[in-house]
Design a protein around this ligand. Structure first.
Ligand SMILES: [Zn+2]
Length: 423
C-alpha cells in the first residue's frame, strides 16, 4: 500500500532561496502549459499532447532567453509540474464524461505565488538521496536537515517538498508500506459520526474531541475574526494572516495526531469497522458545514480505511440513506423522524435508546448485513434511499422517488430479516 510519510525539514536561508526558485519554475512551467492548452482550445485546435507540451514548455523554452533560467532547477521538478497539469486535465475530462464519480472536477487553474501551499516533487529519477547523516539530498537544492519523527518503513519512491502558509517546510515521502496484519479481534463496531459527539460507538462509547483541541479551535476562530477586521493591503493584515496560518496549522496538526491515535485504537480493538458514508461534500454546502469541517470526519474515515487494509481488518462505509437514528436497533421498527434535540427515546417494544448509540448499533447491523450479502453471489444489496431529512440535508439526484411510507415498510421488513440473520 502506498502511504505518505511527512516530516518537518529545516532548509538554510540559501536552501530556502533555491527552493523558492524551484517553486517558481514549477509554477511557470505549469502555467505556460495551461496557457498553451487554453489558447489551442480557443483557436479550435486539437488538445496538445503531453509529449508535445513537455517539448514546448521545457525543452524548447530553456533555449529562449525568457526561460533560460528553467535550467537552474532539476528537470524532474519541471516534468512533475507538467505531470500535475496532465493529471488535472485527465480528472476534469473523466468528470465531464461521468467516468469519474463524485463531485464535479473543475478545469485546472493557474497557480500563483500567493497560493497557500507551494510544492515541488522529486521522483527517483531525480536521484534524491537519504544520506547516512540523516539529511535529505535534493538535486540543485542541497542537503536538507530533516526531523525524523518516525522511521520510514521502506525506500521512498518520491518526495514532495512543501512550504505551507505558516512558512514551514515539509518533506512528504511516498512509500510502498508493507501490510501489518494484526492478531484477530473478537469484536465488531459501528461508528456514528455526530454533531454532539465526534463519534459514538455501537458499544456505547462516546468520543469527544479533546478540550485542548476545542480551545485551540476557538482561538483560531477569534484570530480569523481579527483578520476580517483588518484593512486590505495593510501591514497589520499581513501579520494577522501569518498568525491565522500558524494557528490553523497547529489546530490541524493536533487534530491529526489525535485522530491517528483514535483510529489506531479502533482498528486494533475490532475485527470489522463500519461507518456511515456521510457524503461530506454534500454536508459541506449546508449550514452544518462549519461543524463538519471542524470535526474533520473525512480525514478520520480515511485513516480508518487505510489502517484497516494494512491490518487485514474489514472496513466498510454503509449506505448513507439508511435512517439509522429513526430505527429501533432492537426490533427494527421505524419510529419516525426525530428532531436533533431528541437525545433519547423509547420504542413501543420497550427498548430505551440513546439516539447516537442506537444509530451506531444500526450502522453495525447494516454493515454486517451488507458484507454478508457482498459475499453471497446473486444477492442484490438493494440500495435503500430513505432520505436523511433530520439534519436539514437536501438530497440531490440520489433522492428516491418512492414514497416515505413505501421506504419505511421496506426498511422495517429488511431490518427484521437482518436481525434474524444475526441471531
Ligand atoms: Zn423497538
Amino acid at each position: 500500500m502506498q502511504l505518505r510519510y511527512n516530516y518537518r525539514v529545516y532548509p538554510t536561508p540559501a536552501q530556502q532561496e533555491a527552493l523558492a526558485r524551484a517553486f517558481g519554475c514549477a509554477r511557470v512551467v505549469f502555467n505556460d502549459g495551461l496557457r498553451i492548452r487554453q489558447s489551442a482550445r480557443e483557436d479550435g485546435l486539437p488538445y496538445v499532447s503531453d509529449g508535445e507540451l513537455s517539448k514546448r514548455v521545457i525543452t524548447e523554452a530553456k533555449k529562449t532567453p525568457e526561460r533560460a533560467w528553467l535550467g537552474e532547477v532539476s528537470a524532474v521538478v519541471l516534468q512533475q509540474a507538467l505531470a500535475d497539469l496532465n493529471a488535472a486535465y485527465r480528472n476534469f475530462f473523466s468528470s465531464l464524461t461521468g467516468e469519474r464519480k463524485g463531485r464535479t472536477v473543475a478545469p485546472p487553474r493557474f497557480r500563483s505565488r500567493k497560493d497557500n501551499r507551494q510544492a515541488v516533487r522529486f521522483t527517483a529519477n531525480a536521484r534524491f538521496k537519504l544520506l547516512d547523516n540523516g539529511r535529505l539530498r535534493l538535486p540543485k537544492i542541497g542537503d536538507l536537515a530533516v526531523r525524523w519523527s518516525r522511521a520510514l518503513p521502506a525506500d521512498p519512491t518520491s518526495v514532495t517538498i512543501i512550504k505551507d502558509a505558516a512558512g514551514r517546510y515539509f518533506a512528504s515521502f511516498v512509500v510502498a508500506a508493507p501490510d501489518q496484519p494484526l492478531p484477530p479481534a473478537g469484536t465488531e463496531v459501528g461508528i456514528d459520526l455526530g454533531l454532539t459527539h465526534f463519534a459514538v460507538l455501537s458499544d456505547g462509547t462516546k468520543i469527544d474531541a479533546p478540550k485542548f483541541l476545542r480551545r485551540a479551535a476557538r482561538k483560531l476562530r477569534r484570530l480569523q475574526q481579527d483578520l476580517s477586521r483588518k484593512q486590505r493591503g495593510s501591514a497589520n493584515r499581513t501579520k494577522a494572516v501569518v498568525k491565522v496560518a500558524r494557528a490553523h496549522a497547529r489546530v490541524a496538526d493536533t487534530r491529526r495526531d489525535w485522530q491517528h491515535k483514535l483510529s489506531t485504537r479502533i482498528i486494533r480493538d475490532n475485527q470489522a469497522v463500519y461507518v456511515e458514508d456521510l457524503c461530506v461534500v454534500g454536508l459541506g454546502r449546508t449550514r452544518l458545514a462549519k461543524s463538519v469541517h471542524d470535526a474533520g470526519w473525512s480525514q478520520f474515515v480515511g485513516m480508518l480505511e487505510y489502517k484497516a487494509v494494512r491490518a487485514g481488518r474489514t472496513f466498510a462505509k454503509i449506505n448513507r440513506f439508511a435512517p439509522s437514528s429513526q430505527t429501533c436497533s432492537t426490533c427494527g421498527r421505524i419510529d419516525g423522524r426525530k428532531p436533533l434535540f431528541v437525545r433519547s427515546w423509547t420504542c413501543p417494544c420497550g427498548s430505551a435508546h440513546d439516539r447516537d448509540v442506537n444509530a451506531a448499533k444500526n450502522i453495525l447491523a447494516q454493515g454486517r448485513w451488507e458484507s454478508l450479502n457482498a459475499c453471497g453471489a446473486q444477492v442484490r444489496p438493494a440500495p435503500l434511499p430513505a432520505p436523511r431529512r433530520e439534519a436539514g440535508i437536501r438530497l440531490g439526484a440520489a433522492c428516491s422517488t418512492r414514497s416515505v411510507e413505501e421506504i419505511s415498510a421496506h426498511m422495517a421488513e429488511r431490518m427484521s430479516s437482518e436481525l434474524d440473520v444475526l441471531e
